[in-house]
Design a protein around this ligand. Sequence first.
Ligand SMILES: Nc1nc2c(ncn2[C@@H]2O[C@H](COP(=O)(O)OP(=O)(O)O)[C@@H](O)[C@H]2O)c(=O)[nH]1
Ligand SMILES: [Mg+2]
Length: 432
Amino acid sequence: MPERDILSLKCERAFLVGINEQQEDISESNYHLEELHNLVDTMGIAPVDSIMVKLREKNSRYLIGKGKMEEIGELAEDCRADLIIFDCQLSPSQQRNLEHHYNIAVIDRQEVIIDIFADRASTKEAVLQVALARMKYSLPRLTRAWTHLSKQKGGVRGTRGKGETQLESDRRLVLNRINNLKKELEKVKKNRNVQRKKRLERPVPSISIVGYTNAGKSSLLNLLSDADVLTEDKLFATLDPTTRKIKLEGGREIILTDTVGFIRKLPHDLIDAFKSTLEEAVHADVIMHVVDVSNHEYEEHIKVTEDVLKDLGAGEKSQILVFNKTDMIGHDPVLLAGLKNRYPHCITVSVKEQTGIDELLERVTLEIEKEYGAVELLIPSDKWDINAYIHRNGKILEEEYIEDGTRIKAVLTEKDRNILSPYIYKKTDLNR
Ligand SMILES: Nc1nc2c(ncn2[C@@H]2O[C@H](COP(=O)(O)OP(=O)(O)O)[C@@H](O)[C@H]2O)c(=O)[nH]1
Ligand SMILES: [Mg+2]
């Protein structure tokens, strides 16, 4: 990817700086910092330590005051951090000044998010959207020591101290890339529907896990796949780590995919990039929406998530609403009943204490069953094309040649069951 080659720097240990502005509630800032912690972890960088800075007045050069700046430098050194991350938006000049002062990379929240999106972008469109966001972000930051981080590459090449002419040509280069990316995006968007069709032809039912950062999506994925001894399937070991295959009771296999979480107060420039990382996820057969019930903003989170899903055309898809972290509200029966009342189809779980998981798996089976049902068909002998279609698109459970043709028992998607309805004479229950 051309935008990855400008500069790169290998970082492993991050020191986090939370920012509490005057008008902000401290618990709000703490939560924000906790989210950053989770995001940095997702990047594959260890968040080794952190501090909360109460910002009473903004310093235009460094954002924070001199005393705090020194304190952070010492703390970061103590824990051998090779990166300092500010939980806010730094201006390009503040970022540059801080890097000069600390002599290690300093990044802000936005850059963390771009990096995660870049890692997770799996469709052409997502890759382009993220590259575009990254270019826009780097444009005013060309005089930084490092323009971005990369886990793959080592080595540092600084643009620091480059002459004006060099800077001008770098700027032109980036502007050019931005233009080209926009053009390419237009083309990809036109082809979108074709790609969507291809994705529908999946052999194994799929579920994608969506929800806010910190809701417990990754923990749930781990729990569900650890319980299954067949997780280490060779085929899937080579896929990205966010995708796992699990076996449900009754033997059916499904694919579970973790997604990039929703992020609170996502910077406006990154909204398109974020949505595009979710694009593929919404083509799963079922969407599992995980919510942290201990978060006081959970209702707002549900609303935002649903709005985005609608926006992506997945509003009508079968969805399982999962309230996680019930241990944090003491499994309070009154609260749980209230939830069930307001969200009649929800499932309540605690991934940490492993409660509610059986019920969740039952629901998964049920939803998948709806999508992929087993039917018995009778195909007349002269309909070889139909027979071939079933073999190509369905999972054959039984096949028997009888006088009038072939009797087939197969698992088919809802779409195929509709197409083949003239030949279906019986719907069957797989688990019996
Ligand atoms: N108390 C409690 N903590 C949980 C539970 N599930 C996950 N967590 C914690 O919540 C944090 C975020 O979990 P993670 O799976 O990374 O969330 P993700 O961002 O949605 O993938 C981690 O510290 C988990 O250990 C739960 O059921 N109860
Ligand atoms: Mg996660």
